[in-house]
Design a protein around this ligand. Structure first.
Ligand code: ACO
Length: 426
């Protein structure tokens, strides 16, 4: 058992070993036994939980959902099948799949009251702000919301509602923002196809779905389903640990995802490509600027807290982007810029020494753009894909009878005790 020596005291900490032989030292008793806490700003070396949902080996570039390789799922599964897998822990039988799929269909239409919520936003509201607010609002239309924890069928319904309606809300927000009428979902269409229909159909002109686009979108969604204890998922777990309901917890996840260092990177990457395309900089000039850390500029879509090797999702998306554009006979300028940036960075000492590789966001925007998704909706697309993962993590918290509220400690660095002086005497 690992032994910690502090101030002439010796203390044994239990060793925790995961199923993939990942090792941790359980320091939960450290403070009560020694008076010390551990300090790990930004949690770079801190395990916050045990989880059986997703496995990542960042050095080898491995990602598995419930034991299944991401490459297998991306090529052979559907988004709904992968969503079921991540939430319930096993691949569904055909009967389970049908029941789940029917439940999703039964939940796909928004309550008419949502129109008022949409109308309350200014036209230029960011769709991530709308999405977060709408997910919380969705919960208000369920009178028995707080039974999620105790009642399995209630959880199933809430989960299905979130997965189904997040897509309806996203498409409705887009339609509102461009001044077009909302398009209702079509019960017989599959998940991704229905989303494209709600985004791009017009009242008298139904959107014709290109199978290559549908395949690319489905793959995009599957690749975003889960990624263990990232910023937004940790947020969902933290909020859930206080006893908050599923909708409130996932709404918080949307806010955490929005930032440019996390899900917001997919929008920032394409903005960066556009700057290079518009000749604000050449690729070389841009990379030099990044290396000098001028104005905090980063090579967006590069680097990852866990992957110190290729992010397998980026490799899959890179191939998918080439395939999609080659088939469409398009010579995409953004893909060329991406390729040039990646070639340059992957041979440059700055990036090699720091083990910085393309992450999931580096190529995903190129795919979203060729599908016709507007730039400010990119992170919303990430949220649609991530919803089943957030739900699975919420469930893992709730299903753990020993779960305690998340409550990190701190080292206080502020003023020591000061005497209060009344305003009249200051
Ligand atoms: N461009 C330039 N330098 C970088 C980049 C980058 N994209 N990423 C990391 N670095 C540098 C850091 O400046 C630091 O340099 P230093 O050693 O000289 O101080 C070193 O590499 C280590 O980086 P950290 O910031 O300590 O790495 P951390 O694990 O905290 O951050 C993160 C990971 C946030 C993803 C970071 O790599 C980054 O900002 N990337 C760009 C934004 C991005 O693509 N985010 C999406 C991540 S994937 C996702 O969330 C879906």
């Amino acid at each position: 058992m690992p032994r910690i020596e502090i101030d002439d005291q010796s203390f044994e900490c239990p060793l925790v070993v995961g199923t993939e032989n990942e090792k941790a030292i359980d320091i939960s008793q450290l403070r009560s036994k020694t008076g010390y806490i551990t300090l790990d700003d930004s949690f770079g070396n801190t395990g916050s939980c045990k989880s059986s949902i997703t496995y990542i080996d960042g050095d080898k570039g491995i990602l598995r959902y419930r034991g299944y390789a991401i490459e297998d799922l991306a090529e052979n599964s559907s988004f709904i099948e992968t969503a079921y897998l991540i939430i319930y822990g096993h691949l569904p039988s055909s009967n389970e799949y049908k029941l789940f799929s029917d439940l999703l269909t039964s939940q796909e239409i928004l309550h008419e009251g949502f129109r008022h919520h949409f109308e309350g936003f200014p036209n230029n509201a960011h769709p991530m702000a709308m999405l977060s607010a709408m997910i919380n609002a969705m919960g208000c239309y369920q009178s028995d919301l707080y039974d999620d924890r105790d009642d399995v069928s209630h959880f199933d319904k809430s989960a299905a509602q979130l997965i189904s309606q997040v897509r309806t809300i996203a498409a409705a927000a887009y339609k509102m923002s461009i001044g077009q009428p909302m398009v209702y979902p079509y019960p017989n269409k599959r998940y991704a196809e229905n989303f494209l229909h709600m985004m791009f159909s017009l009242p008298n002109n139904s959107y014709e779905v290109d199978p290559d686009i549908l395949h690319a979108l489905t793959m995009f969604l599957i690749l975003h389903v889960d990624h263990e204890q990232n910023c937004s998922t940790s947020t969902v777990r933290l909020v859930a640990s206080s006893g908050a309901n599923l909708h409130a917890s996932c709404s918080a996840g949307v806010c955490a995802l929005w930032g440019r260092l996390h899900g917001g990177a997919n929008q920032a990457v394409v903005e960066m490509f556009n700057k290079i395309r518009n000749a604000d900089y050449t690729v070389k000039e841009f990379i030099e600027k990044v290396k000098k850390k001028e104005d905090g500029v980063k090579l967006m879509g590069f680097g990852h807290r866990v992957y110190k090797n290729y992010d397998p999702r980026a490799q899959i998306l890179q191939k998918a982007a080439h395939k999609l554009l080659d088939k469409a006979g398009k010579n995409d300028e953004l893909l060329q810029i991406a390729q040039e940036l990646a070639d340059y960075a992957l041979h440059d000492d700055y990036f090699i020494e720091r083990k910085l590789y393309p992450n999931v966001d580096f190529y995903s925007g190129i795919i979203l753009q060729s599908i016709g998704i507007p730039l400010n909706m990119f992170t919303v697309m990430f949220a649609i894909g991530r919803m089943p993962g957030w739900i699975a993590h919420w469930k893992e918290i709730v299903d753990n009878p020993k779960q305690k509220i998340y409550r990190p400690r701190q080292i206080y660095t502020g003023e020591t005790h000061r005497k209060f002086i009344p305003m009249s005497d200051r």
